[in-house]
Write a protein that binds this ligand. Structure first.
Ligand SMILES: Nc1ncnc2c1ncn2[C@@H]1O[C@H](COP(=O)(O)OP(=O)(O)OP(=O)(O)O)[C@@H](O)[C@H]1O
Length: 355
């Protein structure tokens, strides 16, 4: 099992009405525009704000018909807010020890040492929170949350306060929580890129309700999903490392959509990885270019086209049975006379890799 919710929550005229079944493992991304109720949903699950309805986690009913059956402090979860809140008078080791000691001895599983290893903060143990960067503080806050031995991690936009470099440094640590600990994560964000890099499952919210849900790779590349029509539309492709070309700092991958060459990946041959392909980094042509600077040119078929914004279209392609999105100007689509069923070549300019 998993987390089953059937919740109603009213806040100053805003109504959250959410029924969903979150899986027992992996990262479930909760995505939606500002004000749609993502934080409200997370806080209602944590029991930090009152709600009506039911909440069941694993074999336990936390709430039934709005009645709390398990008090908030006994729900075995950790809630991480956008801004890390560390104890300023304790160093990193003290912050972790505080959380660890609050867990009954027999239930302690994640030691401060293990949490520090997972989050890569072994060197910071004797530093005070004030001396840490935003990204380092967030890693310590996550490690401290892990020391409380949670069976469910709720993360509310943990990267939103960080710059893009700090964000990309923290992403692999978030992945490693999921790889090293059997702890499901519900991860709120309005960044499609974060969702593409992290989420296994996606829940899409709009105006207080859950409007869609499903596997992230499928949902991101469905043309009728609200995610496909934005400027940041992205597709997920699963791949395996074939070999490295040290001279040119490149790696060759075997992927869902065929062989791909990407910037050198620091993983041994045979490793599995996830690739995120931004729709705006994919261009189309009708004939295979003979001399192009672009390394990845793959045969594909147009499966559908949808107007994205004025002057722009999103094209859904089928490539080896896998869907991929490309963002073009409406003018290019018209000049190429793109329509469903047409054979094209997809030129993939850059690929971001998430292992
Ligand atoms: N403390 C509060 N009291 C009353 N209404 C609130 C409170 N916090 C949020 N709301 C309202 O609830 C609605 C949902 O807010 P919420 O913060 O859950 O959205 P969100 O999707 O997380 O937004 P964002 O992505 O901007 O963080 C909004 O209309 C907001 O104004």
């Amino acid at each position: 099992m998993s987390l089953e919710i059937d919740l109603f929550c009213e806040r100053d005229g805003f109504l959250l009405e959410a029924k969903h079944h979150f899986p027992a493992s992996g990262i479930s991304g909760v995505f939606g525009p500002s004000g749609c109720g993502k934080t409200t949903l997370l806080r209602a699950i944590a029991g930090l704000i009152p709600s009506r309805g039911d909440l069941h986690f694993k074999a336990t009913s936390w709430q039934r018909d709005g009645r709390q059956l398990v008090p908030v402090h006994q729900r075995n979860l950790a809630y991480l807010a956008q801004q890390p809140a560390l104890f300023p008078h304790l160093d990193v080791a003290g912050n972790l020890a505080y959380a660890y000691k609050r867990v009954p001895k027999l239930q302690r599983q994640i030691t401060p040492q293990l949490a520090s290893d997972i989050m890569g903060i072994g060197d910071y143990q004797h530093r005070g929170p004030a001396s840490l960067s935003g990204g380092e503080k967030q890693r310590v806050a996550i490690a401290r949350a892990l020391c409380s031995n949670p069976q469910l991690l709720l993360m509310d936009e943990p990267l939103s306060a960080l710059d893009s470099e700090a964000k990309s440094q923290l992403l692999p640590y978030l992945k490693s929580i999921h790889h090293e600990l059997d702890c499901p994560i519900i991860y709120v964000s309005h960044s499609q890129t974060e969702m593409a890099q992290l989420a296994d499952q996606l829940v899409i919210m709009h105006e207080g309700g859950i409007v869609r849900h499903g596997p992230a790779d499928q949902l991101l590349s469905q043309l009728d999903s609200p995610l496909a029509l934005t400027n940041n539309a992205v597709s997920i492709v699963h791949a395996r490392v074939l070999e490295h070309d040290a001279e040119f700092h490149l790696s060759e991958l075997d992927s869902d959509i065929g062989k791909l060459v990407v910037p050198l990946v620091d993983l041994p041959a045979g490793s599995q990885l996830r690739l995120c392909l931004a729709a705006k980094d994919i261009s189309l042509c009708l004939e295979k270019p003979t001399s192009s600077s672009i390394q990845n040119i793959l045969p594909a078929t147009v499966s559908a086209i949808s107007e994205a914004q004025q002057g722009a279209v999103t094209v859904q392609l089928e490539c080896h049975g896998h869907h991929l999105l490309a963002k073009l100007t409406a003018k290019s689509a018209s000049e190429l006379d793109l329509q469903a069923g047409k054979s094209v070549f997809a030129q993939i300019k850059s690929v971001s890799v998430s292992s």
